[in-house]
Write a protein that binds this ligand. Structure first.
Ligand code: ADP
Length: 203
């Protein structure tokens, strides 16, 4: 997809913002937000479901009582199951991603702006790229991402590599995205964001 597709209604266009863990999505999102663009983060949206009864019921049906401490989900217990079982991961995702898509569109219809940003580290992997009109990817190579993440989270390289394996490579993102932000120190992020913002406003 090289251009924004025509919106089917008067809703704002939805622009996906993606990039591997540590690429700088959150930092870039703040720049779009500072320009007045409404922003929704997939992770934050998904976290809300763990307080909703219908979702908790689905989780109990899928994983059983062992992933609950009373009425509260033990997310680490779920993580340790899905980390080792792609089938269960797919079933968990099938509970989460359609809800995120539904809420993205509901939220979008309430926004008054030419476009909104929907940020997700796994935009393509989740299939949610089909819900957006254009994609902006933040690009940074793996070695530099690992370096920044170790500074940010003090997470072990082994754990980070495991998480990265579930995400598209930066090169695949480059191929698929409509707009790319290079997030190296020599590349002025603000200018790249402003350029893309101006193009998104025109389309
Ligand atoms: P993501 O949301 O993609 O996981 P973040 O936005 O949290 O990534 O960025 C990862 C880390 O790199 C953070 O500590 C952030 O402050 C740092 N960072 C982001 N962009 C840059 C940059 N251009 N130069 C140096 N450090 C950066």
């Amino acid at each position: 997809m090289n251009t924004l597709t025509a919106p089917t209604s008067s809703r704002p266009r939805i622009v996906g913002l993606t990039g591997g863990i540590g690429s700088g999505k959150t930092t870039v999102l703040q720049l779009f937000s500072a320009l007045g663009v409404p922003c929704l983060q997939a992770d934050r949206q998904a976290a809300l479901y763990y307080r909703q009864d219908d979702f908790l019921l689905d989780i109990r049906r899928l994983f059983g009582d062992s992933v609950f401490n009373g009425s509260v989900v033990d997310k680490r217990a779920i993580a340790s199951i899905v980390f080792n079982d792609p089938h269960m991961l797919a079933r968990l995702n099938a509970l989460i991603h359609p809800r995120v898509a539904r809420d993205l569109h509901r939220w979008c219809r309430l926004q008054h702006a030419p476009y909104v940003i929907f940020e997700s580290a796994i935009l393509y992997e989740s299939g949610l790229h089909t819900d957006v009109d254009a994609v902006v990817a933040v690009y940074l190579d793996k070695a530099e991402r690992l370096r920044r993440l170790q500074l940010r989270d003090h997470t072990s390289p082994h754990e980070l590599e495991a998480r990265m394996r579930n995400q598209l490579s930066p090169e695949e993102l480059l191929d698929r995205a409509d707009y790319v932000i290079l997030n190296y120190e020599g590349n002025p992020r603000q200018r790249q964001v402003t350029t893309i913002h101006n193009r998104l406003l025109l389309l």
